[in-house]
Ligand binder design. Structure first.
Ligand code: ZN
Length: 497
């Protein structure tokens, strides 16, 4: 006998009891609420409490969403409708925050974070199945390359709706606290839940990313809509965070356009429970101990140093000293100009973590100046690599985890085809493939066109690996040659005095 829609709604309630904290005594209430939301009638049939082992709602929600779509109850917006149901079944933000801190005090904050993350997956704020679709590999140089397939692309109807939506200026941006529970146009935040935290005496909150780039990837967000800014309070805030959550790293994007993240108008930091490639890099050169802090130049593609000490205040002071020195550092021979017409170009990205009692601060030096030759940025991915990546290289990528656009999945497969004998004529490439002409010519010249599919895939990936490595070299303000490294050491010597 076919399973009735009522039984499927009941399955969702059983799922919500297990994963979302729905009280058994409220089950009947929620069952009836969901029935009416999807436009279904009740039944006299006896419903069974079936075993639901899922930890994300995809399977239990699917038949309900299909039912609602057929009778129009979802108003043609399945994403919003799904979030409406799952937010109804989720605990309120205050209850989540209370649970988080009670759990943290009782069983430690690692358990509290694990539970908050699992909750985000269970109520579908964190898109676990979509994230699992991302393509990911590690290059021979230790870079992590991902092709991000998790973010759904909007169809024309949705885009048209967004364009005609009235802009109210509320919330002021997509990170603002005012997003919680809100749903309008591009913003579907009914199921967003976060943990309130205190950084340097200020109100902040921690939320997980719906489309994570790495394990337990999340952001710490200032409760107030204030712009990103590197000040002498930035590193103390990062250390406050890793003191409370020593199993995470937390870093701040460089707070200038072209070298930072995409959202500069709301202060936030990125972190998570993974060791990124740069954090595994050893010292290229140790500069000894300054003011109780061990200073190393990292053996890394761009210009980075590591500060280590058991004394966090000593690192905070030294980092600020470096920031002030870097802000005004000029070296025309290396194209490093600190200001043009009063506009600042030099900034750094600090990344904090702890190892036992030792505080570690990695710092990546950046410069965002443009020139006639490099209108997108002198220290930005150069033009010959834009077929792979043209977007800004933010914190996570500067640390060696690349997030490449979804289009590459299809485009690189087409390139593999040519290496396996598909007829190739550069002049008749489809318009979106023309950017890859040089790459295809080179790969064919080096490898011919009678490769096995496995070999074709390997050489295409190796090409992408090299591009990513070269993009990191492009972002290096002090190049890894003798001239660059000598200047880097001279800068650090004088800054640390
Ligand atoms: Zn904001």
């Amino acid at each position: 006998m076919a399973i009735t829609i009522q039984q499927k709604v009941y399955d969702l309630i059983v799922y919500a009891q297990k994963n979302l904290g729905v009280d058994k005594k409220d089950s009947l209430y929620y069952y009836n609420r969901v029935l009416s939301m999807i436009g279904a009638q009740g039944t006299t049939e006896k419903l069974k409490k079936r075993r639901i082992s899922d930890t994300n709602p995809d399977n239990v929600m699917k038949p309900l969403l299909e039912f609602a779509k057929q009778n129009g109850s979802d108003n043609g917006d399945s994403e919003k409708f799904s979030a409406d149901i799952l937010s109804l079944l989720s605990l309120r933000p205050s209850e989540i925050d209370r649970r988080f801190h009670a759990e943290g005090r009782r069983h430690g904050y690692e358990k509290a974070m694990n539970d908050l993350h699992a909750y985000g997956i269970a109520n579908d704020y964190v898109k676990a199945s979509a994230i699992a679709r991302n393509i990911k590999w590690v290059s021979k140089d230790g870079l992590v390359i991902t092709i991000n397939l998790s973010k759904p692309e909007k169809d024309n109807k949705q885009i048209a709706k967004l364009l005609t939506a009235v802009k109210t200026g509320y919330p002021a941006c997509q990170l603002c606290a005012e997003n919680i529970g809100y749903c309008s146009g591009n913003t579907v935040r009914q199921t967003l839940r976060w943990a309130n935290i205190t950084l340097d005496g200020q109100k902040w909150f921690w939320q997980f990313s719906p489309y994570a780039y790495f394990y337990q990837h999340g952001i710490a967000v200032n409760y107030n809509h204030v712009p990103m800014n590197l000040t002498d309070r930035t590193v103390p805030r990062l250390f406050d965070f890793v003191d409370q959550f020593p199993f995470y790293f937390l870093g701040s994007n460089a707070a200038l356009p072209r070298v930072g993240g995409s959202i500069l108008n709301h202060d936030h930091y990125q972190g998570g429970k993974e060791v990124l490639p740069m954090q595994k890099a050893d010292a290229r050169k140790s500069l000894g101990v300054t003011d109780g802090v061990e200073v190393q130049i990292l053996d890394w593609y761009n210009s980075a140093v590591r500060l280590q000490s058991a004394d966090r205040k000593a690192i905070e002071k030294l980092a600020w000293k470096l920031s002030c020195a870097w802000e005004n550092y000029d070296n025309a021979q290396l194209d490093i100009i600190s200001h043009t017409d009063g506009e600042r170009h030099n900034i750094f990205a600090p990344i904090a973590r702890k190892h036992g009692d030792t505080y570690i601060l990695d710092i990546i030096f950046r410069n965002n100046r443009v020139s006639e030759e490099y209108p997108d940025g002198i220290f930005h991915a150069h033009k010959q690599y834009h077929n792979i990546k043209s977007e800004g290289i933010g914190l996570i990528e500067a640390m060696g985890l690349f997030v490449l656009p979804a289009r590459l999945d299809r485009q690189l497969k087409e390139v593999e085809g040519y290496l396996c004998g598909e007829p190739y004529d550069r002049t008749s490439l489809a318009s979106d493939m023309r950017i890859h002409g040089d790459m295809i010519d080179k790969l064919l010249a080096d490898n011919g066109n009678s490769n096995t599919p496995e070999h074709a895939k390997a050489v295409v990936r190796a090409y992408v690996d090299d591009v990513c490595k070269n993009i990191l070299y492009n972002t290096a303000v002090f190049k890894p040659d003798e001239q660059g490294q000598t200047a880097f050491e001279q800068f650090l010597d004088s800054a640390l005095k």
